[in-house]
Design a protein around this ligand. Structure first.
Ligand code: SF4
Length: 454
């Protein structure tokens, strides 16, 4: 069907075809799942909640819990106040979370429900908490939903007691639980006391034990979120995803922050490790140095197969920027970079990358869709696609290898357990990208040129 995509490109403003993003509540739900014993709550119709949960469950292959205000026609006309108050009572009675995190949907935003005032009118059981974030889906993307929900938790829960706790707060950005585990491993090796917020490891990658746990062991605790105001510094990862919660922390609690790119690839991981080294005043341990050295070795070995190969990279803004920089480190050219999230900072950062590595003829666009990316590829093809499952139709139509990386990956398994961040994550990425290019070479070469040793 996608063979019918036309080559001629028209400027579109009112229509997205094969979007490169999803709606705000999906990101808000994911952030809330990274809080220990939290029930995310969707203030809107059952259909929205069902979509948000399914979307996350299909990526993580894990149940994504969430309750809903179950809007019907009545709530749509008269407001959802009584629905959400009943829902909160039922959820605490039946599912017993420590906290409910409410996010809004298009419908509740459009009718103007004031969830904040509903919360102040609620009968909340002693020791339990309710927070909320406004997440209208006709603005931004799941990335906005993710950082808006982080701000919701900070606004409602975080305090500053005046007694510093000596910890570094780490805002990991919109990444997989496997990435969060890798960040925590690096933080531990660097002997940096930290609080990671949110933290979906041991929640969305919890092991099979034979027993269903509605609230698995992982997630940032409420005590940790409360104490974020006493942290001495914030390391905010993802220049687009983490800047707003970091700014909020600076404004409200005067906690300074260092904003870094997602640590994907050599240079970005170097920045992360160097920052930790400065904060903890510790030398980089041999284990980390060894892994960095292995990565450099891998890049040298694979260079003949990656040099000057072109890539189209699409997905979440910080992930795309990280993947693009790593491609540049591999000697590749990130010919096209798009994100569906409407943040012009993405384009600025992409242009800075092109300038830093001296590459020309590359295009970066925010608020773009995969239809347009497909049109660019039809006009000037690339060697490899790197991104989410939504690019597979382009890969098939144009016969280009696809390396799956980012969110969402709905048609493969295991990806969310294994990191892309850090030197170890970069080794995995190098393997995925190089092998995709080598598989293509094997497939396309003449029989007499097929080599067992390459
Ligand atoms: S109606 Fe809005 S909130 Fe609900 S699923 Fe659609 S985009 Fe998301």
């Amino acid at each position: 069907m996608l063979d019918l995509t036309p080559k001629t490109i028209y400027e579109r403003t009112a229509l997205r075809i094969n979007p490169c993003k999803t709606c705000q509540p999906v990101g808000a739900l994911y952030a809330a799942l990274g809080v220990h014993r939290c029930m995310p709550h969707s203030h809107g119709s059952q259909g929205c909640a069902s979509y948000h949960r399914t979307f996350l469950s299909r990526h993580f292959k894990e149940p994504a819990i969430a309750s809903t205000s179950s809007f019907t026609e009545g709530a749509s006309v008269f407001g959802g106040g009584s629905n959400v108050k009943t829902a909160v009572k039922n959820v605490f009675d039946i599912y017993d979370p420590d906290i409910i995190a409410i996010h809004t949907t298009c419908l509740s935003e459009t009718i103007g429900d004031d969830v904040n005032s509903y919360i102040s009118d609620m009968d909340i059981p002693d020791g339990k908490l309710v927070v909320q974030a406004s997440t209208p889906s006709y603005v931004g993307s799941h990335i906005n939903g993710f950082f808006n929900m982080m701000c919701g938790f900070i606004n409602y829960l975080t305090e500053k007691t005046g007694s510093p706790n000596g910890k570094t707060a780490v805002f990991p950005g919109f990444i997989n639980p496997g990435d969060m585990r890798e960040l925590k491993r690096l933080l531990s090796l660097m002997e940096t006391p930290f609080t990671m917020f949110p933290d979906t490891s041991a929640v969305m990658d919890a092991p099979m034990t034979g027993k269903y746990e509605m609230y698995p062991a992982g997630g940032t605790t409420l005590a940790e979120i409360k104490a974020l105001g006493d942290c001495s510094h914030i390391v905010a990862l993802g220049r687009i995803t983490s800047v707003e919660p970091a700014e909020l922390m600076k404004k409200k609690f005067k906690v300074p922050y260092t904003l870094l790119p997602l640590p994907i690839g050599v240079a970005a991981t170097d920045s992360f490790i160097t920052t930790l080294s400065k904060l903890s005043m510790r030398d980089v341990p041999a284990e980390i140095e060894e892994q960095r050295g292995q990565l450099i070795d891998i890049l040298l070995d694979s260079h003949p197969y990656t040099h000057e190969k072109t890539a189209a990279i699409y997905g979440d803004p910080d992930t795309v920027l990280g993947l693009a920089e790593f491609c540049l480190e591999m000697g590749m050219i990130p010919k096209y970079m798009i994100t569906g999230t409407p943040k012009e900072e993405f384009t600025k950062q992409a242009q800075a990358l092109f300038a830093k590595y001296g590459v020309e003829g590359c295009t970066a666009k925010a608020n773009a869709d995969l239809f347009e990316l497909h049109q660019w590829i039809k006009n000037e093809p690339v060697d490899v696609l790197i991104g989410t499952s939504y690019g597979k139709a382009i890969a098939k139509a144009e016969d280009i290898p696809l390396v799956r990386a980012g969110f969402p990956i709905l048609d493969r398994y295991v990806h969310s357990y294994l990191p892309l961040v850090g030197y170890v994550g970069a080794m995995r990425l190098a393997e995925l990208i190089t092998n995709a290019l080598m598989d293509r070479q094997d497939r396309d070469c003449a029989d007499e040129d097929l080599e067992t040793v390459m």
